[in-house]
Structures are given as structure tokens and as C-alpha cells.
Design a protein around this ligand. Structure first.
Ligand code: FES
Length: 510
């Protein structure tokens, strides 16, 4: 996204190359942009990278294409990973911002960057940017799930709200489930992501909403089924027309933006110019399979070359992983105890068990493991060789694995895999301690009332404020931030055994 104002320009999250082991491609494609536009994208005054996931931080493209004289707007993240990565790519001008605080960049160009730093959203953090030039205001929320709904609106009325609405995770598609069960899980996930997006739409109340930051498309033949084409596919990657339809049903003004689209804001009026004729734009969605097949054909040589970079099996994989992870387990007793079981990694001819209670990584001898991942060994060899410290970003988002678990979701399993460095694990352990400590106090202990029920104010999943995200649906209280459901009668969580909600019907007056 390129924002141009009289006093300067800002490029946000320029993503061009396929990511996550060649799984995610930009959709609609942006590999045919007009060269004049592309040269403006490569040489803005300011660069904003919302977070370090590869579909936002496209390292190779930045290295090869972006003007290194640009000033990088750094979100107020708790770790220095983003700055370090960008310095390694050759950037040297950084402007450190403070969470939510407005800062004047030049003349009338003002920004405020809002950060989210929960471990489960990525230990490095995620962020949204509010940009104003004195006559118009844009919120680029992308996929930042801000907990405080009012915060992004506090800077004044918003003309354009750019927002993620589509799935951007491997769940539930990689799980070993029956087609019927998978249908239910996929539908529930799509419904919850739409509900969440609509909640943001209502609270920011912009003149227009632009569906953005997804979905990706999948061109590798192994993954092509993850594209939502007819709507029948078992996938969460719903596309722009579906969300525009939801916006229209809610009487909201939605704008379709594809690569090359320009939206001009002039005294509050919006003008939209697409770089393609209307019939070609319609065909992207109406004849999506054909569009994707054509795109696939163009990138098949790239995909073949990319696959050839995956590393072959090495004899020292187990020893490398155990010497890397066992000290991290010892440093994170709360996280290990919260997992409380073994996790099995099946890598073809090598099976590794992560024994969290014993803080050990060893070869599997058939012991029970209530969590299981099956992953092509070459992918694991590649991320281990890179010492990737966030396997959510480096491996799982590729969707190139299958998973199984005996019981409910346990967020600490993924938190462990997202925190494979000392710097990250310290924060992950601290957050686990804070969350699991019964004496933590604060709003977690507050009681609120929703629809005739008294309940705790924070969601047991990731502490979303239920005054904002709580909704009653049938027999359940639903937290619409991620769609977790709790039985109204008992508080039992339908997504995880160990996360019940304190809830009871409001006492009746005598
Ligand atoms: S915070 Fe995730 S469902 Fe409530």
C-alpha cells in the first residue's frame, strides 16, 4: 500500500515474492504492476512494516528493490527484532514511535502507530498505522487485532479503513479431521473472522472500508485446494467479494482495491481508479480458477527452483534440535508445565519427541504423545539450518504439514514454537506466568453483565475484553476476537478443556 500526500509518501508492507516455502502468493497478482507505479513504491519517503511475518516483511524484495535511504517508521515493539532485520538488509534511518502517539513526519503529515504485543499474535508484535495529512485520515489496520476498539478511532474521523477480513493461518485445514467435521470447523472459523472484522468496521466507522491484507492464493499444486473458488472448498481463505457482500448487507461502503487501484480522497469525496478494465477485474473473481491456473503457469519455474533449495536430511538433526531446545525448555518451566505432555514430530524416517514435563528432546520410542505434527523432513532441516526462532512464520504458515491432537487446543504448544530464542522465550515465559497466576488482579477479576449473565470480564483465551468482544449466541457466550465459545450454563470452554469462563445467570430480584 502506497500512501501519497502533499508532504510525503509512505509505503506499507510491500509484499511481492511468494512466502512460506512458496506457499503464499499475492492475490490478485502484483507481478505486473506498471513500472512508474513500481518506482514510486520503491522510493517513498517513509517505510512502515507492520510486523515481521514474511507476507509483510518481504526481506528479499526489500533487499533488492527498496531505496535504503528511506526512513523506517518503527512500531513500539518490545523486542528489537524488526530493526535488526532491517539493518541487516541495509536500512539505517529509523524513527522510533511510541504506541498510539501521534508524530508529525513532515509538514501536515502525521502518523500514529498502534502496537499489539501478545505472544500468541507473534512475540515480535503486530501494529496498525493511522495516517493523516490534515484533510483526510486513513487507518491501515491490516491484520493487527487491536483489543481496544476505540483506540484507532481516537485520532478523529476516518475516511478509509484498510482491514484484514480473511483467514491467515493454517487452522483448521492441516488438522486430521473427517470432511464433515472439517466443514464445521472451517465454517465456524470463516464466520468468526467475518464477525471480528465487522466489529472493527463498526467501531472505526470509516466513510469506506477496503478489504485488504489477504487472502493469499496457493499456486503449488500440492496446496491449490486451499484457494476458495466456489465456496465449497474446505478452506478459510475467503476473498474480497464475499467480504464486500457482508459490508453491503450491513449498509457499509466497501471498496474493492486490487494491485494498481488508486483511491483519491479529496475534501472527503472518494474517487476510485483501477488499472484494469472492469471486465478483467470481474474475471479475477468470477473465473478465479482460470485466473489462478494462468498465474500458476507463470510461476511454475520459480516454484521448481524454490523446492530445490530445501535442504536434504542431515545425521545431526536430532542432536542440533535437542541442544537448541532443551535449554529453552529449562528456561520456560511455566510454558512447559502448561503444555504438560509430549509433542511428537514425525519427519518421515525420524520421529522426535518433545517431552515437556521432562524438558527433554529425544528420539521417539513409542511413548504416548497427545500432540502430533507430521512434516516433510526437508522443511524442518531448512528452518533448523536457518535457526528460525519463530516456526509459526518460518514453517507453519506454509500449511505444508498435518497436525493432530488428542484433546483441546493448547496455545502454549504454538507459543513454544514461536519463541525459539532466549530473547523470545523470556517474554513468553513471563506472559505465561502472568496469565496463569491466579493473583494477577486487574480487569481479569472484574465481573460484567451480558444478556442476563454475570461473567468475568476477560476471555480465558487471550484476555480479550468481553465487554467489547463477548456475544451470546444460542447456548454459548462467544468471544468474537477468535471465536472461542463457552457454555452459558457451566462456563465450560468448547475449544479448550483448561479455559473455563466464570459465568452465572444474574440473580433474579425477589
Ligand atoms: S481472546 Fe481469543 S477467543 Fe477470546
Amino acid at each position: 500500500m502506497l500512501i501519497e500526500a502533499d508532504d510525503g509518501s509512505i509505503v506499507c508492507d510491500p509484499w511481492f515474492l511468494p512466502q512460506f516455502f512458496g506457499s503464499w502468493f499475492v492475490f490478485p497478482r502484483n507481478d505486473q504492476l506498471d513500472s512508474t507505479l513500481l518506482s514510486r513504491v520503491c522510493a517513498p519517503d517513509f517505510l512502515f512494516i507492520s510486523h515481521i511475518h514474511a507476507d509483510h516483511l518481504d526481506e528479499q524484495w526489500l533487499l533488492e528493490n527498496m531505496d535504503k535511504g528511506v526512513t523506517v517508521l518503527l512500531p513500539d515493539f518490545p523486542t528489537g527484532e524488526l530493526e535488526r532485520t532491517l539493518r541487516n538488509l541495509g536500512f539505517s534511518h529509523f524513527l522510533h514511535t511510541t504506541d498510539q502517539q501521534e508524530i508529525t513526519l513532515r509538514g501536515s503529515l502525521v502518523v500514529a502507530i498502534h502496537t499489539e504485543t501478545s505472544i500468541t499474535d507473534g512475540p515480535g508484535g503486530d501494529s496498525a498505522i493511522v495516517v493523516s495529512d490534515g484533510s483526510a485520515r486513513i487507518v491501515n489496520q491490516n491484520d493487527c487485532r487491536t483489543n481496544d476498539l476505540g483506540a484507532l478511532r481516537q485520532h478523529g474521523p476516518v475516511d478509509l479503513h484498510w482491514l484484514q477480513y480473511s483467514g491467515a493461518i493454517w487452522y483448521p485445514m492441516v488438522y486430521e479431521e473427517s470432511p464433515e467435521q472439517m466443514r464445521e470447523l472451517v465454517d465456524a472459523k470463516v464466520a468468526s473472522q467475518t464477525t471480528r472484522a465487522m466489529r472493527y468496521v463498526e467501531s472505526i466507522d470509516a466513510t469506506a472500508v477496503v478489504p485488504s491484507a489477504g487472502p493469499p492464493c496457493f499456486l503449488d499444486p500440492d496446496l491449490f485446494g486451499f484457494n476458495m473458488i466456489t465456496g465449497e472448498e474446505l478452506t478459510i481463505f475467503s476473498d474480497q467479494p464475499r467480504f464486500l457482500d457482508a459490508l453491503s448487507k450491513a449498509d457499509r461502503n466497501g471498496i474493492l482495491a486490487i494491485p494498481g487501484t488508486t483511491i483519491t480522497i479529496d475534501s472527503g469525496a472518494l474517487r476510485i481508479d483501477h488499472s484494469l478494465p472492469p471486465a478483467e477485474i470481474d474475471a479475477i473473481f468470477a473465473e478465479k480458477e482460470q485466473y489462478l491456473r494462468c498465474y500458476q503457469q507463470d510461476w511454475t519455474p520459480w516454484l521448481d527452483a524454490h523446492r530445490a533449495t530445501w535442504l536434504p536430511a542431515t545425521p545431526e538433526l536430532l542432536a542440533t534440535v535437542s541442544s537448541w531446545w532443551e535449554p529453552l525448555m529449562v528456561a520456560a518451566p511455566t510454558v512447559c508445565d502448561a503444555i504438560g505432555a509430549c509433542v511428537l514430530l514425525r519427519l518421515g524416517d525420524l520421529n522426535i519427541i518433545l517431552d515437556f514435563p521432562a524438558r527433554q528432546v529425544r528420539q521417539w520410542q513409542g511413548e504416548p504423545a497427545p500432540f502430533r505434527f507430521e512434516i516433510q523432513r526437508e522443511l524442518v532441516e531448512t528452518v533448523v539450518a536457518r535457526r528460525a526462532h519463530d516456526w509459526s512464520n518460518a514453517l507453519f504458515l506454509s500449511c505444508r504439514f498435518t497436525a493432530w491432537r488428542e484433546g483441546p487446543f493448547n496455545e502454549y504448544v504454538y507459543n513454544f514454537f514461536k519463541s525459539l530464542s532466549e530473547e523470545r522465550m523470556v517474554r513468553t515465559e513471563a506472559e505465561a506466568k502472568r496469565k496463569l497466576d491466579p493473583d494477577r488482579g486487574g480487569i481479569a477479576d472484574e465481573t460484567i453483565i451480558i444478556g442476563g449473565y454475570e461473567l468475568q470480564r476477560t476471555c480465558p483465551h487471550r484476555a480479550a475484553d468481553l465487554t467489547v468482544f463477548g456475544e451470546i449466541s444460542g447456548d454459548d457466550l462467544v468471544c468474537t476476537l477468535h471465536g472461542w465459545r463457552f457454555d452459558l450454563a457451566t462456563g465450560v470452554c468448547r475449544n479448550a478443556d483448561d479455559r473455563s469462563l466464570r459465568i452465572r445467570p444474574c440473580p433474579q430480584p425477589d
